[in-house]
Unconditional design. Sequence first.
Length: 151
Amino acid sequence: MDMRFENKTAFYVSGYSVETSEATLEQDCAMLREKYEDKLRSISNHLYFIAWMTKENVMIYHFGVETPNQAPATEGATCIEVPATRFAVATVPGGAPILATWYEFFELFEKEVPALGGTTIDLEFPFHFESFDENGVCELCIPVNGEPNNG
């Protein structure tokens, strides 16, 4: 798996959320896709799953599309603002399970990035996310602090 670093400006994702857990994550995400994917694809073929933990340690997954502002893109949707930051980004290999690839990505980050120095996972940033482009290619994004030192 290849990893790169990318600065992203703030953006909005309008869509639908579900409370989930590691045990039910895959079926909860599948339910969101089944229920809302056609409606969201009528707006954009670039889809997002944004994940965060509440103060009560409840995992939330939000399925949506990028929008130019905080206005809901579809009826019943809510909008999440993803603040600007730097991300470590990895592409999910074709056909690979996404949840397993998240584990691999965190392991890769923990093994390889400390050797570069200067970059750590930003534990204060509220979101991690998956971005599915128009061709269905999935990228995983982890917020980071600092710049890798390649020299």
